[in-house]
Design a protein around this ligand. Structure first.
Ligand code: NAI
Ligand code: MG
Length: 326
C-alpha cells in the first residue's frame, strides 16, 4: 500500500529539518510517495498568498502531511492547514532524553491541546479606537472530543496521571463548560484524573514535572504550557507534534522558522524526525515509529549533537547519525 505524504517545508529552518525527516522515512521499508508543496513567507512574496490553493489541495488529498515551519505568515499557513486536515487534537509530547543536560530529567509529559477554538477562534474586533476585543469560543462538542482523545491517549500509551488544565474560576462560562465536559467524559469512562488551574500548573510543571503525565488543555494553555515543557527538556529543537483529525493528520515540530539560525545548517532535526515518528504511529507502523525514536534517542545520548544541545554538529551530520542507527 502506498501512502501519499504531503511535504511542506515552509520557511527558515523548516527547509533544513524537513528533508532530514524525509531522509529518515526513506530508509524504512514502507512505500511512501512524497508530494512536495510550498507555503509560508517566501511563497507569499512570490505568489501573493502564504498558502496557495494547490498546497491546500495536496494536503487535503494526502494520507498525512509533514510541515516544517512558517515565519511571519505562520498563522495564515498553519491554522488553515490544521483545519484542512480536520484536526481537533494537537498532541505535544515533551520528554527528557538520557545524555542531555535537561533542567528536569524526569520529565515525560504529553499535552493534548484543543486545536480548533478558544482564543484562537480568530474572532477579533476593533470596537472603537483604542479598544479591541477577542471572542473566546468554547463548545461542548470540541471539549468532549479533546477530553475523549486525551483519556484514550493516556490509556493507550500507559500514562496513569491525567490532568485537566483550566481557569474556570475566572473564565466561568467558557472554561466552566470545558471543565464540566472533561470531568463528565472522565466519569463516563471511569478514568482517574486531576484538575489544575493553568497558572498554578505552570509553576508545578516547572518544579515537579515528574508528578504529571497527560495534560488536557484548552488551546492557548496547551500552546504555552508545551513551550514551557520544551524548556524543561532541552529546548524547542526536541519537541514534535501531531495534529490529529478524524481521517487526516498533520505532523510538525513545535518550533518555528528560527530566523536567528536559519541558513546556517545547524538546526536540530530531532523535533522534525520525531514528528515523522508520530506520523508512523498514526499510519499504524508502531514498530517503525519505535525504531526511529530509538535511533534519535541513541544519537541524542551519544552525539553528534547540534549547537542548541551543546554540540557542534550540522543538521546533516546529526541526520546521518540517525540514519546510521536505523
Ligand atoms: P522559534 O521556534 O522559531 O525559535 C525560538 C528559539 O528556539 C530560537 O532561538 C531558535 O533558534 C531556537 N530553535 C527553534 N527550533 C530549533 C531547532 N530545531 N534547532 C535549534 N534551535 C531551535 O520561535 P520564534 O523565534 O518565536 O519565531 C520565529 C518565527 O517562527 C516567527 O516568524 C514565528 O511567527 C514563526 N513560528 C512559526 C511556527 C509554525 O510554523 N508552526 C510556530 C512558532 C513560530
Ligand atoms: Mg507555539
Amino acid at each position: 500500500m502506498t501512502h501519499e505524504i504531503a511535504v511542506i517545508p515552509g520557511d527558515g529552518i523548516g527547509q533544513e529539518v524537513t528533508p532530514a525527516a524525509v531522509d529518515v522515512l526513506g530508509e524504512l521499508n514502507i512505500d511512501f510517495e512524497f508530494v512536495h508543496a510550498e507555503a509560508g513567507d517566501e511563497t507569499k512574496a512570490e505568489t501573493g498568498t502564504a498558502l496557495p490553493e494547490e498546497t491546500a489541495e495536496i494536503a487535503a488529498d494526502a494520507d498525512a502531511t509533514l510541515f516544517g515551519a512558517a515565519g511571519e505568515t505562520a498563522a495564515d499557513v498553519i491554522l488553515p492547514l490544521r483545519s484542512i486536515v480536520g484536526s481537533f487534537a494537537n498532541v505535544r509530547p515533551a520528554r527528557a532524553y538520557p545524555g542531555l543536560d535537561a533542567l528536569q530529567p524526569e520529565t515525560d509529559l504529553v499535552f493534548i491541546r484543543e486545536n480548533t477554538e478558544g482564543v484562537y477562534s480568530g474572532i477579533e474586533d476593533e470596537i472603537t479606537e483604542g479598544v479591541r476585543t477577542l471572542t473566546r469560543v468554547i463548545t461542548e462538542d470540541a471539549s468532549e472530543k479533546i477530553a475523549e482523545y486525551g483519556f484514550q491517549y493516556a490509556k493507550r500509551n500507559g500514562y496513569d496521571d491525567v490532568t485537566i488544565a483550566h481557569k474556570a474560576n475566572v473564565m466561568r462560562e467558557t472554561d466552566g463548560l470545558f471543565l464540566d465536559t472533561a470531568e463528565r467524559v472522565a466519569e463516563e469512562r471511569g478514568a482517574e484524573y486531576d484538575t489544575a488551574l493553568m497558572d498554578a500548573l505552570a509553576m508545578h510543571l516547572a518544579m515537579t514535572p515528574e508528578e504529571y503525565g497527560v495534560v488536557i488543555c484548552p488551546n492557548l494553555a496547551g500552546d504555552m504550557l508545551s513551550d514551557l515543557a520544551a524548556g524543561l527538556v532541552g529546548g524547542l529543537g526536541l519537541l514534535p507534534s501531531a495534529n490529529i483529525g478524524e481521517e487526516n493528520a498533520l505532523f510538525e515540530p513545535v518550533h518555528g522558522s528560527a530566523p536567528d539560525i536559519a541558513g546556517e545548517g545547524v538546526a536540530n532535526p530531532s523535533a522534525m524526525i520525531l514528528s515523522a515518528a508520530m506520523m508512523l504511529d498514526h499510519l499504524e507502523y508502531p514498530e517503525e515509529a519505535e525504531t526511529v525514536r530509538a535511533a534519535v534517542e541513541s544519537v541524542l545520548d551519544s552525539g553528534p549533537r547540534t549547537p542548541d544541545l551543546g554540540g557542534s554538529a550540522s543538521t546533516e551530520e546529526m541526520t546521518e547519525a540517525v540514519v546510521d542507527e536505523l
